[in-house]
Ligand binder design. Structure first.
Ligand SMILES: [Zn+2]
Ligand SMILES: [Zn+2]
Length: 92
């Protein structure tokens, strides 16, 4: 991991859970979730998700699976990622 990536991850983590934010609760302490994208492995996009929305068996993206997660919460990983970058003023 490069220094820049480390710095980026730190800033993403500081924003808190991206889904809690989407639901109107800012700054929930979060873990970093790596978005799986086809293609390039470098610069893997990350979003912040709280343990509940990250690993919860019926509430988290890993427990539910991405499709169900996106249907349930009405927002996609990619949109959460775009919002995260927007908040950090970084282009995708
Ligand atoms: Zn959350
Ligand atoms: Zn994850």
């Amino acid at each position: 991991m490069t220094k820049d990536e480390k710095e980026h991850y730190r800033k993403v983590a500081e924003l808190g859970c991206s889904l809690c934010r989407h639901q109107g609760n800012e700054g929930t302490p979060c873990e970093l979730h790596h978005i799986r994208r086809a293609g390039k492995r470098s610069n893997a996009p990350v979003i912040g998700l709280c343990p509940y929305h990250h690993r919860g068996s019926n509430t988290g993206i890993h427990g539910m699976g991405r499709k169900r997660f996106e249907r349930e919460y009405g927002i996609t990983e990619e949109t959460l990622h775009a919002q995260t970058l927007g908040l950090l003023n970084v282009s995708a």
